[in-house]
Design a protein around this ligand. Sequence first.
Ligand code: GLU
Length: 363
Amino acid sequence: MTAAPARSLALPSAFLAAALSFPAAAQVGQKLATDRPNVTILATGGTIAGAQPKPGEVGYKAGSFSVESLIRAVPGMEKIAAVTGEQIANIGSQDMNDAVWLKLARRANELQKDPNVNGIVVTHGTDTMEETAYFLDLVVKGDKPVVLVGSMRPATAISADGPMNLYNATSVAASLAAWGRGVLVVMNDDIHYAREVTKSNTTSLQTFVSPDRGRAGAVLFGKPTFYAKPIERHTSGSTFAVPLPDKLPAVLVVYSHANAGRELVDAAVAAGAQGIVLAGVGDGNATAAIIDGLAAAARKGVVVVRSSRVGSGTVARNVELDDDKLGFVAGRDLEPGKARVLLQQALTKTRDVVQIQKYFDEY
Ligand code: GLU
């Protein structure tokens, strides 16, 4: 999908009035005073940059507004950071792809090395935010905060949540307390670790949760508090993507359900998948037909990772299925989308399932 042309922002009058009453907000896009942290916003699109055909209408087009418009819509931003915006893409995140991921990662890695930058914010659609966050968690090298943020309501909606989310995300990116924690997601006053977070509701403002280990912290009116440390390897502690590859390995996800046959597994192998993630029922289970198909794929050298469609909980080795015999990897508590992200990285290094299980145990 091609990037939508940037529109100038026609926000509801309350936001516009608030923005205009903060003169420094008009200077965003340039580096501001040096006594404040410098935060770079990398914009990719999503609902946070979405516009309704008319205010009050339900439908909208994601990725309609430019990064400058998004920044201008946040009154008081200049008090927490000197903000610079860069447009990496302007798409709905259902269209997120490897090319945008690699572009984003390259830029984030450059900014990690830039002594003038204190933190990075990535604006992003919420549909695949957790996958992008986890990808960056594995491939960005550095301890500076990288914070993904989006919104559930488009920029033109009544009570749009984007401006407060962006304000909070920028304050987290500007915070010393956020250093060394890996990639974070800030939504609806919560801070989540990239590895733990998932979207749990199609439309609710309170959609992002970290079901297994809880949220990383909270951020209220630009004041972050952290509750817990990240557990797994990430960013500086990750051995992946040095250097970043030009292309990521093909990994497909197969969904299991009652009465499922093995057609999609066979189609994935025929399409050239190097890896297949099973979005299994329950504890990463599937019909005998799917398991037969996956075992055949594994015998051909395709790496198979079992995960679950359930949304929380872990998939352990050798419980109802004999992973040792079948040659499978157990995906633990990574949801299928994130298991795909890790398997892509693992396949850049090896096809050895013992080593890949080790990666799944550590990341
Ligand atoms: N599908 C859109 C996206 O992910 C809308 C979801 C959102 O941003 O909230 O970009």
